[in-house]
Write a protein that binds this ligand. Structure first.
Ligand code: UDX
Length: 437
């Protein structure tokens, strides 16, 4: 199959490279000439484990190329994926679809032969209908099928998720057999690997993506609230999670209590679902509440640090380990670290941060924070050390060394990566999430 991926961002790049690795001919296209030039030189604009090698080997094999020339890429493609951004629209929280519609317009005039246009961007219900309307209006002769095919990739594990998905969801307009055959061919290697291919209607497929992310966000938020309750009643949230997660109907994943979810998907998608549901006069109150609880939680985590440090951190130094919204990414979008640092700064603390990959992005989003070169550098003269993101390199800290450099040996572990006794035996005070301290 000849595939064009429009948008060489996170989703477009990972999906494009993986399709090339399946044996398809893939052109990754972006308007950003600097980005395309860099990709041609083998420079990857995002941090994602394994992506650089996969790009290099598929470029070398001739199956993957990069371009800014939409016209010729579209003309020679059997399948065109739209994988452009759908950020939250400023002011109202709806998904901003201007990039998706602009792509549809540009594709329309350059189509030749039967082509399947696939929305891979996360888009609200009804967007596929509008994409199809735009294409038919712009080019009434176009022989086109518009399909929805949401992605379920986790940052940091995106290649693995792409190649071994729990399922692939494809939404067709009615029962379009030609589009169905093309999409089956596109995902043939996974299909042969027994990954379920779920065909449904286009609107259903669009909703599945939002419903899935909202459910996971709710699951995390539920265990976070249980963690707060555990602290009050003297119970242990990790045992609660294990105790309920072993029930197959509940499942053990996404029950890890922490500082609240962040990232490029959950905050944006939950909010967009809330807005869509309100527009259709069918509010999703569980999701509305989830959004509100998670928003409050991030600053509450800052207050938790202040309480653990004795209630007053004015003029004192707090070291924050881990700034990205989760490990193995450089993504800072909606990271809990942002609100936590701001809460500490608001009451006069001097905050120093360390992150293995996220510093460049952190600098753009957090004002007035200093950066350290490693955890020990961050901890020097600090009155509290706070783990916000569970990077592996924080899992075996040298507490004797930390105690020597810190002013006050206090660890606030917002990801529960340690047990209390492992830390306190080195003379540290220790606070964590939802466990008897
Ligand atoms: C998510 C979905 O998992 C993916 O299917 C979708 O396509 C995009 O959004 P991602 O945002 O990369 O992926 O990260 P994920 O691993 O899902 O974590 C999201 C947030 O939830 C992170 O801030 C993480 O720290 C938090 N989280 C996750 C928890 O606090 N507890 C958990 O048990 C799991």
């Amino acid at each position: 199959m000849k595939i064009t991926m429009i948008g060489a961002g996170y989703v477009g790049l990972v999906s494009g490279v993986c399709f090339a690795d399946f044996g398809h001919d893939v052109i990754c296209l972006d308007k950003d000439e600097g980005k395309i030039e860099a990709l041609k030189q083998g420079q990857i604009p995002i941090f994602e484990p394994g992506l650089d090698h996969l790009v290099a080997s598929n470029v070398a094999s001739g199956r993957l190329s990069f371009t800014t020339d939409l016209k010729s890429a579209v003309a020679e493609s059997d399948v065109i994926f739209i994988a452009v951004g759908t950020p939250s629209r400023r002011g109202d929280g709806h998904a901003d679809l201007s990039y998706v519609y602009a792509a549809a317009r540009e594709i329309a005039t350059n189509l030749t032969g039967f082509t399947v246009v696939v929305t891979k961007s996360t888009v609200p219900v009804g967007t596929g209908d509008e994409v199809e309307r735009i294409i038919r209006e712009t080019n009434p002769q176009a022989d086109v099928a518009v399909v929805s095919n949401p992605e379920f990739l986790r940052e940091g594990a995106a290649i693995e998720d792409f190649k071994r998905p729990d399922r692939i969801v494809v939404g067709l307009n009615g029962n379009d057999q030609r589009a169905r055959e093309v999409m089956t061919e596109v995902y043939r290697p996974l299909y042969l690997n027994q990954s379920p291919l779920v065909f449904t209607t286009r609107r259903t497929s669009e909703l599945i993506k939002y419903a899935g992310n909202a459910f996971l966000a709710m699951k995390i938020t539920f265990i976070n609230e249980m963690a707060d309750l555990c602290e009050k009643v003297g119970a242990d949230v990790q045992d609660v999670a294990r105790g309920i997660g072993l029930d197959g109907r509940i499942g053990s994943k996404f029950l890890h209590a922490g500082p609240g979810y962040g990232g490029s998907c959950f905050p944006k998608d939950t909010l967009a679902l809330v807005k869509t549901a309100q527009d259709y006069d069918s509010p999703v109150r569980l999701v509305e509440t989830t959004v509100a609880i998670n928003d409050n939680r991030k600053r509450a985590m800052g207050r938790k640090v202040i309480a653990a440090a004795g209630g007053d951190v004015r003029g004192r130094k707090v070291a924050v380990l881990g700034l990205t919204f989760k490990p193995n990414t450089d993504d800072m979008r909606d990271s809990p670290a942002i609100a936590i640092v701001q809460t500490l700064q608001d009451v006069g603390a001097k905050v120093v941060g360390y992150d293995p990959e996220g510093v460049e992005n952190a600098r753009k989003l957090i004002d007035g924070m200093d950066y350290a070169n490693d955890p020990y550098d961050a901890a020097a003269d600090a009155d509290a050390l706070v783990i916000v993101t569970e990077w592996n390199e924080f899992r075996a800290l040298d507490f004797a060394r930390l105690k020597n450099v810190m002013k006050t040996p206090l660890l606030v572990d917002l990801r529960n990566i340690y047990r209390k006794d492992e830390v306190t035996r080195h003379g540290f005070s220790y606070a964590s999430i939802g466990r008897p301290d």
